[in-house]
Design a protein around this ligand. Structure first.
Ligand SMILES: Nc1ncnc2c1ncn2[C@@H]1O[C@H](COP(=O)(O)OP(=O)(O)O)[C@@H](O)[C@H]1O
Ligand SMILES: [Mg+2]
Length: 300
């Protein structure tokens, strides 16, 4: 089984659309797919699936200890099922480390070929950790300056999260803070210098940080492309991620803007299945194929 996570920082860039598009295409290709809505702040994957009022949600898993396969809902697409997000809960808007680990443990026992997690916006630990735990990491960006800014912030925070996890595991958090506080004394100017210093200080840290870093390898998707020249943003952003963040990133492709998309929500049919333009379907299919190819997970 492959666990995918779709994230990217800013709200409204199209993470839920991409998660749904990937799920739809994989299911149509014959895979057993489960979409999991982990956007606790604004769950709406059910709406993309054409389910107006989901009868179950992850709340039942976390609060009532219901097994995940009992809260799975069928969609009108063969092979595509949904675990709806946190609907009407006052208690859960973000997961604890234990809850996250429990969720992943249970997800791994589900009967499916692909599980796709639709992440929330922002860069809280909860979201970053979920992204890092996935086998297939998909980061969505849009061509405008706000979206790219938030996208870089998301990736930067993923790197910091990895660094802090390694430091915490080895009990080096305080040491690192001290080094940073008095950095001029130690000839440290940037985070890169700090990491180099810590590497020289502890071989254990060096190994662990390398292992953490190997967990981050992202596929970039550019959404809401209105003009062809905007497609350049996807390529440019991907190369910046490689060059400046040292994160292995592959460009998976772009999705054109569909001005009529909004009209297909709120009905009892899956949005992508019934309503979206041929262009959007084609773009989503290409992206799915490109990621499958890059991950070498094709059938047959
Ligand atoms: N390519 C697109 N063309 C037209 N509308 C889009 C496109 N991508 C997203 N949208 C619209 O933008 C809004 C935000 O998309 P959504 O997938 O919910 O983003 P996120 O999950 O990142 O918050 C939705 O109303 C959606 O219909
Ligand atoms: Mg969303």
């Amino acid at each position: 089984m492959h666990i995918w996570a779709v994230g990217g920082g800013k709200g409204g860039t199209g993470k839920s659309l991409v998660a749904n598009g990937l799920g739809t295409h994989l299911a149509e290709r014959g895979f057993k797919v489960i979409l999991v809505d982990t956007d606790f702040g604004g769950p709406n994957q059910h709406t993309y699936c054409g389910i107006r009022k989901p009868s179950t949600s992850l709340v039942q898993f976390f609060e009532d200890r219901k097994p995940l396969d009992e809260i799975l809902l069928k969609t009108k697409i063969d092979g595509l099922r949904l675990i709806p997000g946190n609907f009407n809960s006052q208690n859960t808007d973000c997961l604890t480390v234990t809850q996250k680990q429990k969720l992943f443990r249970h997800i791994k026992n589900l009967q499916a070929d692909h599980v796709i997690l639709d992440l929330g916006a922002g860069t809280q630990y909860d979201t970053l950790d979920t992204f890092l735990l996935a086998d297939v990491q998909v980061a969505v960006v849009a061509p405008d300056a706000l979206a790219t800014e938030n996208f870089y912030l998301f990736l930067k925070n993923l790197k910091y999260r990895q660094l802090n996890s390694a430091l915490s595991t080895l009990g080096l958090r305080d040491r690192s803070r001290e080094l940073w506080k008095h950095r001029t004394e130690f000839g440290i100017a940037t985070t890169k210098d700090l990491v180099a210093y810590l590497r020289a200080l502890s071989a254990e840290f060096s190994d662990l940080f390398d292992r953490e870093q190997q967990k981050l390898k992202t596929h970039v998707v550019l959404n809401q492309v209105r003009e062809y020249r905007q497609t350049e943003v996807g390529v440019a952003v991907t190369s910046a991620v490689n060059k400046f963040f040292h994160i292995p990133a592959t460009y998976a492709g772009h999705i054109r803007y569909d001005k009529d998309l909004w009209q297909h929500f709120g009905q009892d049919t899956p949005v992508i299945h019934q309503g979206v333009s041929f262009n959007m379907r084609q773009d989503l299919e290409k992206i799915t194929e490109s990621i499958l190819k890059a991950q070498a997970m094709e059938v047959g």
